[in-house]
Ligand binder design. Sequence first.
Ligand code: PMP
Length: 569
Amino acid sequence: MKQDPSLFVRPELRALGAYHLDLTPCRHKLDQNEVPWDLPRRMKVEMAERLLAADWARYPDFHADALRRDLGKLHGHPWEGVLVGNGSNELLSVALTALVAPGTPRTPVLGAEPSFGLYRGFVLKAGGVPRFLPPRPDLQLPADELEEEVERDPRRPLLLCTPNNPTGSALPVERVERLLERIEAPLLLDNAYGEFCRHDYRPLLARHPHLILFRTFSKAWSLAGMRLGYLLADPRLVSELIKVKLPYNLGHPGVIAGRVALENEAEARRRVRILVARRPQWAAMLAEEGFEVFPSEANFLLVRSPRAKEIRETLEARSLRVRDVSGYPGLAGCLRVSIGTGASLRAVRAALRGQETPRRAVWVPPAARPPGRTGQVERTTGETRIRLSLRLDGGERRIQVPDGFFGHMLTALATHSGVGIDLQAEGDTHVDLHHTVEDVGIALGEALAAALGERRGIVRFAHAYAPLDEALARAVVDLSGRGSFRYSAPRELAAAWVTADFPLTLVADFFQALADRGRLTLHLDILSARNGHHAAEAAFKAAALALRQAVAFRAGSAEVPSTKGTLSA
Ligand code: PMP
């Protein structure tokens, strides 16, 4: 037989376009809705160690029950109602295969355009036929239109993406519930961006057994490279879907990665918090540069411009990759941009303005060791490189850090504490500033501990208030030999961003590291402030003024100021 074997493939599948994306490396990857940060190294090491300890010669669990139980706990959902797979895509395909009845006429599956590009293929592969409503002019999800369709024939499954990719639009919970009350078929709700969205659909699961919620580890959890996703549904439904999914569909790496990620849930929450806070900054920047920006509940923004194609090429030429979605129904002239780091934001803005891309700081050799009470630290990790020389009793100040605001704060700290400092820090600021700020805090703490030596004859206890206009901060210090830190900030400012890169929370992270490694007790309270800049600066100054007094020698005393006789524990 000489026939082209591709002709054996079902015609409706042959007609599908292949999924295609440019996967060549680029500097600012803003085209796949990933989060911009890889997992912290310590988490990857933990995963790698558990993988080494596993028995690779043995099959894994059929359905990864341990991970299902962890997820059940996370969502307060019975674990028998959780199913895990190689990305949520696999599970969407499994669910549709199970739920779409074969035969003629083919089962219609309701949906809405524009939406995730793979849905059409999933439906066709399952033997169904997509009945996707056309785009609304405002590109919002067509809740009313879907409701009408459901009322017309409630027996068609509905595939709904909210927040929707690529528009970012999301339906309020009540609108989804109205659909659930009307539909007499499963509602497959793709909630891949659920962590970034203010609407939480999970409570609907308990009331509506025909709801299936799909989630992924690819976004908020920084695990797109591991391929891991899950669905939440009624346990009775899952016990049937589990037969359609292949047994052993997850190997050791996925299961281990997922479990370690869940054990470190705070990391994911931190990433989500930062990205949600950055979303309006990106929206404002893109609007300022002339784009029409659509409201988003996800970690990306849909933007429109008559010059979209040309702009995408300009960005690509500078290694800034955004997604051209102009071919989607209703999206002529549209691009989709993932929310990235501050460095990416600045690079995009510079490119859109035709300016030079801002450069990072460069290294200079460390200064020679100065005399007196000094501490010198060199730290190199996978994330930062720091060289620090500290002179407690004063000296030159040279501070090179890859962020203007952080440099400004360190200068205030050095100036008002009266220390001499030579600092060069370089870090993974393309990821974000957090590692750099924290590691400079660690280095400064270690240099301070070294400079203080046995802590003999020093004042030890001190406190200071520092105002900055309306802002007021208080620092109380005990150079106790034990690291302890307490911090407070006005509730309305706690999550504030001082600059596009510097959240106020970094102030606490910095002083936490300093207190730990410098083995000092520090109570730092921002008592009042109206803006993050003033709050941060008042905090750095108060800490500096308190430290200045605490490290000073007591007049005429050389004894150790402790009832225990030593402070160098
Ligand atoms: N659903 C939507 C709407 C998505 O945008 C994506 C990823 N781009 C997925 C599902 C796929 O997620 P996963 O990586 O878990 O397969």
